[in-house]
Design a protein around this ligand. Structure first.
Ligand code: ZN
Length: 259
């Protein structure tokens, strides 16, 4: 027995195993295959069944003998008969998976222990092939990732001319739009409402306030702050497209005027 960093390697009889394998999901080291070749083994369940059977302690004290490690690690296929308690079953599975793992996982079959002896290496009657499930799940995850990558490669869709026009209209100064609607202001902040008929005195005292985010609100007519498009829609009773045309084309008229 010797210490190598934090890992304790113990050599006993032919097989060797690492104490670390039982406490942490790692690779037992050093690895040396036992003489002979075991095609199938079983961990847990009744002794004297169809297969060479080894046992591991359940619960916190998971005692693993060198013989058990050899079978669990080196059997080409392994049936695992879980203990009755779900907690012990999971602990046993984690231990078995850690012992079997080499470059990649090699999960056992989940078995009752009562299946007849397997006739081939990949006998489908030996219980649930957890390794097959694991590989299929990994493949499925890979396909999902590939699918997402494909979606990311779709080039951005350019903004449609229609939406661009609406967006342009929204960015026109709302005070320009108010002027265009026949409204006026003494200070640029408070404006006479362009819907005077809705006000008892024709909005002699200006009710519309212009805010810094290019929105405005008449405290009598508007439930909330509105931008250029919604203002024109409400004042003129037009559609959003017509409102955009009103705003943008009015600008063009203004621009064409001689300075
Ligand atoms: Zn108003």
């Amino acid at each position: 027995m010797r210490l190598r960093r934090r890992r304790v390697d113990a050599y006993a009889a032919a097989p060797s195993w690492s104490s670390r394998a039982s406490t942490r999901r790692g690779r037992p080291s050093p690895t040396r295959a036992p003489p002979g070749y075991l095609e199938w083994g079983q961990v847990g369940g009744e002794d004297g069944g169809a297969l060479p059977t080894v046992h591991v302690g359940s619960g916190a004290q998971q005692l693993v003998t060198p013989e058990a490690v050899t079978v669990i690690r080196y059997a080409a296929r392994l049936r695992m008969v879980p203990p009755p308690s779900a907690r012990d079953a999971l602990a046993t599975f984690v231990l078995v998976a850690a012992l079997r793992r080499r470059a990649d996982d090699r999960f056992p079959y989940l078995s009752t222990g009562n299946e007849p002896a397997p006739v081939t290496k990949d006998d489908p009657t030996q219980g649930i092939d957890l390794e097959k499930l694991r590989r299929e799940a990994a493949k499925y995850r890979q396909e999902l990732r590939a699918g997402r990558r494909g979606a990311d490669m779709v080039p951005p869709v350019p903004v449609s001319p229609h939406n661009k026009r609406i967006s342009e209209a929204k960015s026109v100064d709302v005070r320009t739009v108010l002027t265009r609607l026949g409204s006026s202001s003494d200070d640029g902040n408070l404006w006479h409402c362009p819907r005077p008929s809705r006000h008892s005195n024709g909005d002699q005292n200006p009710s519309m306030k212009v805010y810094g985010d290019n929105r405005t609100r008449c405290h009598r007519c508007d439930a909330e702050k509105v931008g250029p498009i919604r203002l024109v829609i409400d004042v003129l009773g037009v559609t959003p497209d017509e409102a955009a045309s009103f705003i943008l084309d009015s600008d063009r008229v203004v621009d064409m005027r001689p300075a």
